[in-house]
Design a protein around this ligand. Sequence first.
Ligand code: SF4
Ligand code: SF4
Length: 56
Amino acid sequence: MAMKIDGEKCVACGGCASACPVGAIAEGTPYTVDAEKCVDCGACAAQCPCEAIAAA
Ligand code: SF4
Ligand code: SF4
């Protein structure tokens, strides 16, 4: 399992990428999660201001 970013909600603030301990989130519009790297820690979801991140 890995986190997934809802492109409709993401405002590309970059908070999730800064919070990720394993560098699994790539910059973009929307930002995206590399499922191969994600360790499901939840740090990104806690950081997102618009609840765009949830377990996929
Ligand atoms: S759940 Fe953790 S490891 Fe996975 S993308 Fe979010 S911050 Fe990174
Ligand atoms: S923290 Fe939320 S709004 Fe900001 S870039 Fe990440 S997914 Fe998008």
